[in-house]
Structures are given as C-alpha cells and as structure tokens.
Design a protein around this ligand. Structure first.
Ligand SMILES: [Fe+2]
Length: 395
C-alpha cells in the first residue's frame, strides 16, 4: 500500500515537472492598443510557445470580476484580447495568465467623447539595439514620473513616431523594462518608421492597418483626432485615405503622426514627400504635425501649423537652427507631453533629466496662412531657376 502511494506521488511529481518544462512563458508582457472606442481596450502579448491554457481577467478592482479563456491568435505565439463594455474615463485592472504564469496591469479607459480637456504623450526612435539603455530607459523613467504625477488624468495614451527597431525583439523589449511597463499601462499608438520592417505589423494589428502592414490608422480620443500615416504623394491611395480621414471627423483638433519630418533642424532627414503634404494639412485644418526620424528636438512653423520633431532613444544629431521655418531646436533626447484644454493646445518637451526644452501654446482650431498662390509662385521661381541653370550648363 505504502509503495503504491509512493509511486503515485512520484508520478504526480513527474507530471508536474513535465508540465512546467513545456509551459509557455511570456516573451512580451501584455501591452495595450486603443481600438478607437472608449468602451474598449485591446490587450496583446507574446509567448515563447503555444500555451495550453490562457485566462484574461479584468474589472474595476484588483479582484477583477470578469474572465475569459478564449483569446485570438495572430502570427506565431502572438495573442490579443479585446476588452469590451468599459465605462469611459474609468480605472480598470487586468491580469493575463498563461500556463500558470501571471502578468497584470491597469489602464484608464478613454474619456467621454465630449470632454474638452485631455493630456497625452509622444516619443519615438526608441531602437534598443542602437543605444541599449543609454537613452530610452532614463527617458522612460522621467516620462513615467510625469504620468504618475496625476494618474487619473495623465494615464491616457502615448504616440510613437516610429523606429521601434530593426528586428522583432526590439519591439516592447524586456531590455527596456520601464518603457515596457509604460506600455502595460497606456496604449502606445505608433506609426511605422523606416527601420520597423515587417515586425511592425506583428506588434501593431491596428484597426486600420493596411494590408501591407504600414501602420496607418486614425482614432478619436476626447477632443482630439489623430491620423497616423506615412509620407504620401498627391494622387496616391494613401494620400486620399489621409484626406478622407481629415474630412470625415467632426473634431476640431487634428493631429498628424508621421515618421519623416518635412522641416526640421537636421536637413538630411527632411522629406520632400512630407513637405508635399503641407497643402493637404493646411486645407483640412491640421493643428499639429508630430514627426521623428531625426533624433533631435525641433519645432518649425509652416503656414501657421507647428511641425514638431522629437527623438527619444537613437543617437542624437547636431542641429542647424538656421534652416528654413525652424523656430526652436535642440540636440537632445526628449519626449513630449501634449495638453488640450478647450481651445488651447500646448506641447511641453522634456530632456533626459526631466528639464523642459520648451512649452509651446497654440489656439485651436489652427487657421493656416497657406496660400495656393504663394505655392504656385514658389514653384514657378524654382522652375525658372532650374531652366536658367540648365541653359547655362548647355552654354
Ligand atoms: Fe527613421
């Protein structure tokens, strides 16, 4: 009898060890994406193998209360779950359990659509492989401190200007624990950078992501409407999509998130395609254009519309503050906080140590001074200069 019991205990112990050996573990802890609905929030995570069991729990207290075991698989060992039925502007707690391993967090659901006040953040170019933890981790710490100074109002969302990484492991990397912790609390809504490649589509299955995974999407959040796009030439489907988005919203505050700047204080990174979109922005009431790619801080005023370039991780570049349209510029690693309060939009950009580069305020909606006559006059001058040059060369 005793021998039988010993054998059973040993087999149970063996089974337990085997089940632990083959248990899936988190490779990327749950992070959030805002699905453009203030009663919903999407949780995403990645494991090293297919879990035998997954449970998602959520609720307004740390005891949760709601539970689901069916989640959506997309890609390899990548999962998502859309939490629905949320009350706007409310703190929610969640826990995801895979094969007995737990990861938990909390978020604030998006506010009611008619609120006039909202705060959110922006960062970008956080590629881990380039600078390891030299920039992004200390910067994420100061940004987290800012969020934590008023969790009720600041724990909202963050825009990412692109260039998470060249390889998948740089996205939501455990080597950047503070940034990863932030992503478990606020949705980071990204646009695709030139380095992000196919990995982007795996981590950002946006509502609105196009079939090529270029990460275009648009969403409303309180008084703001944000369009995340790529530089596009007039006449292309992408250009028409942006135009359609800007014209179909009823929000007066329209923000463009795009990786490549048009006018920043580092000339080699300025994009002719983004410049070519200025008429589209001006004619459709864009209030602010946020860009990355140049790894500096730079604010240019173009026809009354601010174009702000930020950089939060990759090597910092030298600036040329005398470039056209550049108003304020600095060679520093930074993140930006955006506050909207009624008809005022303000941006405050902070350095690695938490000190302020500048606070910029503008009345919204922005009335652009863009004129098609000026544009065609400038094109004619350029054309005539070109033709004079070519005649000279022929001589
Ligand atoms: Fe870039």
């Amino acid at each position: 009898m005793q021998l039988k019991m010993k054998k059973s205990i040993l087999s149970l112990f063996g089974l337990l060890i085997i089940s632990q050996l083959y248990a899936a573990t988190f490779k990327v802890q749950p992070y959030l994406i805002y699905p453009n609905n203030n009663q919903q929030m999407t949780l995403l995570w990645k494991t090293d193998s297919k879990p035998k069991s997954t449970t998602v729990q959520w609720g307004t207290t740390e005891s949760y209360g709601k539970k689901a075991t069916k989640v959506t698989e997309f890609g390899k060992s990548q999962y998502k779950f859309n939490i629905t039925g949320l009350k706007p502007g409310t703190r929610y707690y969640y826990k995801v359990t895979v094969d007995g391993q737990e990861e938990s967090g909390f978020f604030n659901s998006a506010p009611e659509a008619d609120v006039s006040k909202v705060t959110f953040y922006a960062l970008g170019d956080t590629r881990y492989g380039l600078t390891k933890t030299q920039y992004t981790e200390p910067l994420a710490k100061v940004m987290l401190k800012n969020i934590d100074s008023d969790i009720k109002n600041n724990n909202t969302f963050c825009l990412h200007t692109g260039d998470w990484g060249s390889i998948g492991s740089e996205f939501f990397s455990r080597q950047q624990p503070t940034l990863q912790y932030i992503t478990s609390r606020i949705p980071i809504m990204g646009t695709k950078g030139n380095h992000d490649g196919d990995s982007f589509g795996q981590f950002y299955p946006y509502v609105g992501t196009d079939k090529n995974g270029t990460g275009i999407h648009a969403f409303e959040y309180g008084p703001a409407f944000i369009v995340s796009c790529r530089s596009a030439k007039p006449g292309t489907d992408h250009y028409k999509w942006i135009e359609n988005q800007l014209q179909s919203t009823t929000k007066k505050i329209k923000i463009i998130l795009i990786h490549h700047p048009g006018w920043c204080a580092y000339a080699p990174k300025n994009s002719g395609s983004t410049k070519g979109m200025q008429a589209l922005f001006a004619k459709n009431g864009v209030s602010l254009v946020i860009t990355g790619h140049a790894h500096i801080y730079s604010r240019s005023m173009v026809d009354g519309i601010p174009h702000i370039t930020i950089g939060s991780g990759s090597p910092i570049r030298e600036i040329d503050p005398d470039l056209p349209k550049v108003t304020v510029a600095e060679s520093s690693c930074n993140y930006m906080r955006i506050d909207i309060n009624g008809d005022e939009l303000s941006t405050s950009t902070y350095r690695l140590k938490g000190t302020l580069i500048e606070t910029f305020r503008i009345k919204v909606p922005v009335v652009s001074t863009y004129s098609e006559d000026d544009e065609s006059a400038s094109k004619k001058t350029k054309k005539s200069k070109k033709s004079k040059k070519s005649k000279k060369n022929k001589k």
